[in-house]
Design a protein around this ligand. Structure first.
Ligand code: NAD
Length: 272
């Protein structure tokens, strides 16, 4: 059986976890063939830790040539350019830095159609995307994301400072921001992926509403999604555990990428 050749771009928290999991869980159906990181020391370091060592590509182009399927786990500022190059080469891509491709998403979809490539976007740090996609086959009226974070998460955030929002000594939840996903992505880049994924899967960044709340009562990020549709009301709540090697990344985001890979490789697909 032909094994899918996987290349990983970005060898940080997500790229490293995925590399290890591909070797341990998917070796029957996939082969990790190449790693690329703008900081080549990171790619070499990850490579040394792996049981079956992939190639450390010296350029993105080399990695794309060696792979059938590319995982983008690099960053918002470069994600769109990486996706463009992978799809132009008629290869498949899984995009982790979803916020970075939001603006170019329609163009990338058009290109993928022309080239016969597939774009995979994992649910990431939220749940409820399955229901949202199903509801979208009918009519979705509203999508509201409420993100609650511990107060410390807002220290030094430019939007909070500019608005002179005082968070010292608060004893109950305080709404920091309410607006469209498009605005939320602009003002709170640290929430970019969740809001972008929800927008792409549902009714777009202008109509998706986002509320950001500072809470003195919690010590982890909690995302609540409320969907109102002709199929009924769907509510999901995800209390995230952080990734051990990057406190900005949720552990669920890595697992969701693995589940997406599994879905791509398996002959059976459960869920929407
Ligand atoms: N979809 C989601 O829900 C979700 C959740 C968490 C993180 N993410 C996103 O996934 C991406 C990776 O997250 P992470 O925690 O692994 O980050 P990280 O900072 O730990 O790792 C990123 C790696 O990419 C490398 N890199 C940066 N620019 C590059 C380029 N142009 N080409 C190649 N490599 C490059 C860096 O050197 C670094 O090693 C981030 O953009 C993050 O926002 C998405």
């Amino acid at each position: 059986m032909h094994k899918v050749r996987i290349g990983i771009v970005g060898c940080g928290a997500i790229g490293s976890s995925l590399a290890q999991a591909i070797l341990s869980d998917f070796s029957e159906r996939a082969r990790l063939v190449a790693l690329f990181d703008i900081d080549s020391r990171k790619a070499r370091k990850l490579c040394r830790r792996l049981k079956h060592r992939p190639a450390v590509a010296s350029t993105l182009g080399t990695l794309i040539r060696q792979s059938d399927f590319v995982v983008e786990a690099a960053g918002a500022s470069c994600a769109s350019g990486i996706a463009q190059r992978v799809i132009s080469a008629a290869k498949d891509i899984m995009i982790m830095s979803v916020g970075g491709v939001l603006r170019d998403y329609p163009r990338l979809c058009e290109l993928a159609k022309k080239k016969g490539s597939r774009i995979f976007i994992p649910s990431g740090a939220i749940s409820g995307i399955d229901g949202l996609r199903a509801a979208g086959c009918g009519t979705i009226k509203k999508v509201i994301l409420t993100t609650r974070k511990p107060v410390v998460a807002f220290r030094g955030v430019p939007y909070v400072m500019r608005k002179k929002l005082s968070l010292e000594g608060i004893t109950s939840d305080k709404i920091i921001f309410e607006g469209s996903a498009l605005e939320a992505i602009k003002y709170f880049p640290q929430n970019i992926n969740v809001a972008a994924t929800l927008s792409i899967a549902g009714i777009g960044p202008r109509r998706t509403r986002v509320r950001i709340v500072a809470s003195p009562k919690i010590n982890r990020n909690i995302h609540e999604v409320r969907i109102e549709s002709t199929a009924g009301v769907i509510v999901s709540r995800t209390e995230n555990v952080i990734h051990p090697s990057n406190p900005k990344t949720s552990y669920l985001a890595v697992l969701s990428a693995l589940a997406t890979l599994k879905g791509m490789l398996d002959s059976v697909n459960v869920g929407t």
